[in-house]
Design a protein around this ligand. Sequence first.
Ligand SMILES: O=c1ccn([C@@H]2O[C@H](COP(=O)(O)O)[C@@H](O)[C@H]2O)c(=O)[nH]1
Length: 238
Amino acid sequence: MNNSLIIALDFPDKRTVVDFLKPFEEEKLFVKVGMELFYAEGPGIVQYLKEQGHEVFLDLKLHDIPNTVQSAMKSLARLGADMVNVHAAGGREMMEAALEGLEIGTAAGSSRPLCIAVTQLTSTSKAQMKSDQLISVPLQESVLHYAKRAQQSGLDGVVCSAQEVSLIRSGLGAGFLTVTPGIRPSGNQEGDQKRVATPRFAKEAGGSAIVVGRPVTRSAAPLESYYTIKNEWEGVLQ
Ligand SMILES: O=c1ccn([C@@H]2O[C@H](COP(=O)(O)O)[C@@H](O)[C@H]2O)c(=O)[nH]1
């Protein structure tokens, strides 16, 4: 998991995924299946990607009452994903229930998927957090608070922006995973992302993994863009 570059497969269907992955046939990737693809294709897409030898982060961001999340995680545990997630805003009881569901659902002899919690979405700015959620503490304080609750609930780490990684690492230790979307190599459009960082910034902050979508998936040369970002993330600057 550590040092991974996770490609967000934000595509409408399996056929588009297969086409996109063709140039990557030599690579064993870490990919992310989000709501768009999972809702279109169902569990079969996770199975397919695992059969191709890729690691899979199933990014469904569960957020519901504890009983529902526990049952849902029981089902997700059977799909073979390497990592799943919830929203920390669902609370400690919900996060504990998520973990219990995963443990119950994981087959004997297999290891349970990693479970991480979304703190504040990287598309949320401080002003939006205040107006939409009525949270008036600094954004970093809210992220750290959610990260602490996730750790107290037994989760393996959090989703946050690279801008909060050093704070979380110094507060909660290097063993607690920080998975960071909102990655934009310099010159790339931010789009709807508000708390962005370059791969190099994320690396220097000590993040566990970066999640990259559009800078690769919408690139005119996805394989080239992937390697450029990977090299920057791994510290091999060109
Ligand atoms: O806080 C979050 C949580 C999840 N995401 C997901 O990561 C990717 C980012 O895609 P880009 O195209 O690189 O912006 C996307 O699948 C999001 O659903 C996030 O961005 N922020």
